[in-house]
Design a protein around this ligand. Structure first.
Ligand code: ZN
Length: 288
């Protein structure tokens, strides 16, 4: 077993990494803020996915979150929210720092949100999302890029960002993960979807009792790890291709532009990209 932290990251570290019997366990590790995602966490995650891809001993990747919840989404208000820090860019978009007007957020989110999620969806090794508790907004983005979603019986799924006047999170897979009627409901009502419903609709592969979640995921990961890697890689490409032929990429690009029209509109109307719906306001509105 090897244990480590993200390459190129500074302390404190937001993601942990260990390899156990051919499976890389990559765990979001900010339980005190429900594993909300700041930009450093996302960069650490990308570094660790690369480490898992580069390690020939790793045959399967598990993505989970420490604590009660998988992830509460993008960081809206913790002290370590870090939008104004320089960040390692993963794609060839310019630095967002010092860009004027709507350009700053557009460039930042192309790289940090849409770009990273698309890149992770194309990781050639099998990936399992292990979800307990809340999987909210940006949390959905992380679960959706995985091949299988195995969830605890206390899991729930939610995208409440329409409350901010924004048409859903940046990686707009909602209507590919769910029937369009249900995607409308998820977005427009913004309520919590219990895991049983997500399973019934095919968005979750398995529900297991919380107490045995890690054991069950370990077992499935071992099974995936035993498959021929090249066959797995080609299968993942084949399914990604089906989704793209169904218009996923174009739909996401179109929504991404609407998403940024909404950020810019909010900025003009309220002076805030998210219409002043910070972490506290969202948490209050999201109960129920
Ligand atoms: Zn955004």
């Amino acid at each position: 077993m090897t244990v480590g932290s993200a390459a190129n990251s500074e302390s404190p570290q937001f993601v942990s990494y260990r390899v156990d019997d051919g499976v890389a366990w990559i765990m979001l590790n900010r339980p005190e803020v429900m594993n909300s995602q700041n930009y450093r966490l996302l960069n650490e995650l990308d570094d660790l996915f690369r480490r898992a891809v580069d390690d020939v001993e790793v045959k399967c990747i598990v993505l989970g979150g420490e604590g009660k919840h998988f992830s509460a989404g993008h960081d809206l208000g913790s002290p370590e929210k870090d939008k104004h820090l320089p960040r390692d860019r993963k794609l060839l978009w310019p630095s967002h720092l010092d860009l004027p007007g709507a350009e700053l957020q557009y460039v930042l989110e192309q790289d940090a949100y849409l770009g990273l999620c698309r890149r992770w969806q194309e990781i050639p090794k099998p990936m399992v999302a292990m979800v307990q508790g809340g999987c909210i907004a940006g949390g959905l983005m992380l679960a959706w890029v995985c091949d299988l979603i195995i969830a605890a019986d206390n899991a729930f799924f939610q995208d409440p960002v329409v409350r901010m006047g924004i048409p859903g999170v940046e990686y707009f897979a909602h209507a590919f993960e769910l029937p369009p009627r249900v995607a409308r409901e998820l977005l427009l009502l913004g309520r919590r979807m219990p895991v049983e419903r997500a399973y019934a609709l095919g968005m979750v592969n398995m529900i297991v009792p919380l107490e045995v979640l890690r054991d069950e995921v370990a077992q499935i990961a071992q099974e995936l790890a035993s498959r021929p890697p090249f066959g797995v890689m080609l299968t993942k490409q084949a399914i990604n291709n089906v989704e793209d032929l169904r218009g996923k990429r174009q739909a996401m690009d179109a929504q991404f532009n609407m998403h940024h029209l909404a950020h810019a509109h909010n900025q003009l109307m309220t002076g805030s990209l998210i219409a002043d719906m910070g972490a506290k306001e969202m948490a209050k509105a999201n109960k129920g």
